[in-house]
Design a binder for this molecule. Structure first.
Ligand SMILES: Cc1cc2nc3c(=O)[nH]c(=O)nc-3n(C[C@H](O)[C@H](O)[C@H](O)COP(=O)(O)O)c2cc1C
Length: 379
């Protein structure tokens, strides 16, 4: 195991030598990343999250990435209607685990930076250097209205996030009191102790998709998540994308890890996996929730043609929410995940319809195959 003291590279490596980092995405939200009406859909209850985290920790999963979500999307299941707040969730799970990295996902405009800095440090001490941050600026108007906070215009969200993060990094680093005189934040004689665990700071990730969001990530973050990559089977296309992102980061004098997301249905036979995927994600989709999410992106029957709407609905249900589907036998899923690593990606955050039911099979069958492919160590 890599040392936990004083090294940002140790944190970025999640204190292990796995070339391909694997995390679980979205387990703090009801239904996870699958807008399905099936009764086995994910509860996101605390007992289920705790059991999952302990299981994942023991099996060698590298990280847990929660979603910062404040208001459900409606539909028959009220998709994401029940969620656990991510930093307190992370703190509880870090106390109950030993080696897994746990992220907190924070909307910069909703948290005062000094409160956030203190919460992050607290979680980081609980986890002895295993806490990470997913910094988001928000995109869902309804969520902000609920707080009485108006959304800034898109690019200004990242200007604000820059000051917010600058304050946090200074609070983590400066031993002496400091003043901060920004365009948005004006703070006097700021003092914050303790500092993060082990003379370094939590790894920070961001998943901005717009040019300004991506530039923010490259300037400030340790890990960048790309939302979707067109074809996971094309190693060349993905490798090109990774090189472009890493080169863009180097222009800022920075080295950044590239991650992606996906959903997994892994079963003993290809037929079983494909049938369950179709049954859970398409035949039993929560179409009301899918339509609400499309409407948030201004995709409605009034805004686009009927044929386009049908196409978008289908695409969003199958890939837009959970990301690329890795559907198949352990051999097939391991091979496809291996292709991500071959393309130069550092890792992937994945979801399952029911994590507790499905993660054990994935860990028993897929992780050893990835170890044999040389992409992960044996647990
Ligand atoms: C892996 C991943 C995790 C994300 N997590 C959240 C989240 O928890 N809450 C949220 O409001 N947005 C989340 N987002 C949205 C992004 O932060 C970002 O706002 C979105 O990709 C649009 O990019 P833009 O802000 O540059 O326009 C996530 C996106 C990805 C790909």
């Amino acid at each position: 195991m890599l040392t936990r003291a004083g090294s940002l590279s140790g944190r970025s490596a999640m204190y292990n030598a796995n070339a391909l980092k694997i995390g679980l995405f979205g387990a703090n939200c009801s239904s996870g990343r699958s807008a399905t009406t099936l009764p086995e859909r994910w509860s996101a209850s605390w007992p289920d999250c705790l059991k999952l985290a302990r299981m994942a920790d023991a099996a060698g999963i590298d990280f847990l990435l929660p979603i910062g979500r404040w208001k459900g999307y409606g539909g028959e299941t009220d998709f994401h209607g029940t969620t656990l707040e991510t930093v307190t969730w992370a703190a509880g799970l870090l106390a109950a685990t030993e080696r897994i990295t746990v992220f907190g996902t924070v909307h910069a405009p909703l948290f005062h930076p000094l409160i956030a800095a203190k919460e992050f440090v607290t979680a980081d001490h609980i986890g002895e250097g295993r806490f990470g941050i997913n910094l988001v600026v928000g995109w869902n108007e309804g969520e902000f209205e609920m707080f009485g906070v108006s959304q800034r215009e898109h690019d200004a969200r990242y200007d604000y996030a820059q000051e917010w993060l600058d304050v946090i990094k200074r609070a983590w680093a400066d031993d002496d009191d400091f003043d901060f005189d920004g365009n948005f934040l004006k703070l006097k004689a700021v003092r914050a102790h303790p500092k993060p665990y082990g003379n370094t700071h939590p790894i920070i990730m961001n998943a901005g998709r717009s040019p300004i969001g991506q530039a923010f990530a490259l300037r400030n973050c340790d890990a960048f998540f790309t939302a979707t990559v067109d074809s996971r089977s094309s190693i060349e296309a993905n490798a090109k994308k990774v090189v472009e992102i890493k080169n863009a980061a180097r222009a800022y004098g920075r080295d950044i890890d590239v991650y992606t997301i996906g959903q997994i249905v892994c079963r003993p036979t290809q037929k079983q996996a494909e049938e369950y995927y179709r049954y859970a994600i398409i035949e039993n989709a929560d179409w009301g929730a899918v339509e609400r999410m499309l409407a948030l992106k201004n995709i409605t029957p009034d805004a686009v043609s009927a044929a386009e709407y049908t196409k978008q609905r289908q695409y969003f249900a199958s890939r837009g929410i959970g990301g690329y589907p890795f559907v198949g036998t352990p051999d097939r899923v391991a091979e496809e995940l291996g292709n991500i690593s071959k393309a130069g990606m550092r890792g992937i955050a994945v979801s399952f319809v029911n994590y507790l039911n499905e993660v054990p099979y994935f860990c028993d069958e897929v992780l050893p195959r990835l170890a044999r492919l040389g992409m992960r160590q044996k647990n």
